[in-house]
Design a protein around this ligand. Structure first.
Ligand code: PNS
Length: 196
């Protein structure tokens, strides 16, 4: 019988419970599933590709047929290289559909033999995204029910470091240090933490 290998490409910055839900569903219908982290140098990611890979590896070790990899360049070329015949993508809501359809059709144009398979994560994850998780974490909100415990811990560690730098800045502000933009104590807003 033909074995079907699929690639689940994405940014995973960071991995969320919605991604994990999709990985579990994908592992049930494909013989092999490769979760492939895109190393996109154009974006300003919160986590390095190596960190994202480590988190994914730790959180998917219970699935015998799931492996984690990283890639650069076109998804279709990567899929071809690893011998995959399908690309797995999640669709949470209608709003995802237009972009995902465009990408799937473009990937089909580039590589007609490669099929895109859409799966829906559990309803409770339909509003969950890495972008919102990053934003909530950066603003001090609770993220424990949105990401696996390991990811929550890594987010806290990362943002603690950012807070320490912000505290040093605030300390300087209280002391009334001058900056090229004027007196720090006269600035209306706190220094912004990094966006991702
Ligand atoms: O998790 P994301 O950011 O929604 O994943 C998007 C991803 C990685 C699947 C997409 O950006 C992608 O495939 N990038 C690789 C470059 C590529 O193949 N571009 C053409 C897509 S039609």
């Amino acid at each position: 019988m033909k074995r079907v290998k699929a690639v689940y490409p994405g940014s995973f910055d960071p991995l969320t419970n919605g991604h994990l839900d999709l990985i579990e569903r994908g592992s049930k219908i494909f013989d092999e599933l490769v979760v492939a982290v895109l190393g996109n140098p154009e974006k300003d990611p919160l986590f390095s590709v190596a960190d994202r890979r480590k988190m994914l590896e730790a959180m998917t070790e219970q699935f015998d047929n799931v492996t984690v990899d990283t890639f650069d360049g076109l998804t279709v070329e990567y899929a071809l290289r690893v011998g995959a015949s399908a690309v797995l993508r999640g669709i949470r809501a209608i709003s995802d559909y237009e972009y995902e359809l465009q990408m799937a059709l473009m990937n089909r144009k580039l590589q007609p033999g490669l099929e895109t398979v859409f799966m829906m994560p559990a309803e409770k994850y339909s509003y969950l995204s890495s972008r919102l998780v990053r934003e909530i974490a950066q603003l001090g909100g609770a993220i424990d029910c949105l990401v696996p415990p390991l990811v929550a811990q890594k987010l806290r560690e990362k943002l603690d470091v950012a807070h320490k730098f912000a505290d040093i800045d605030l300390g300087r502000e209280r002391a009334g240090h001058e900056t090229p933009e004027g007196k720090e104590s006269e600035r209306k807003t706190k220094p912004r933490k990094r966006k991702s």
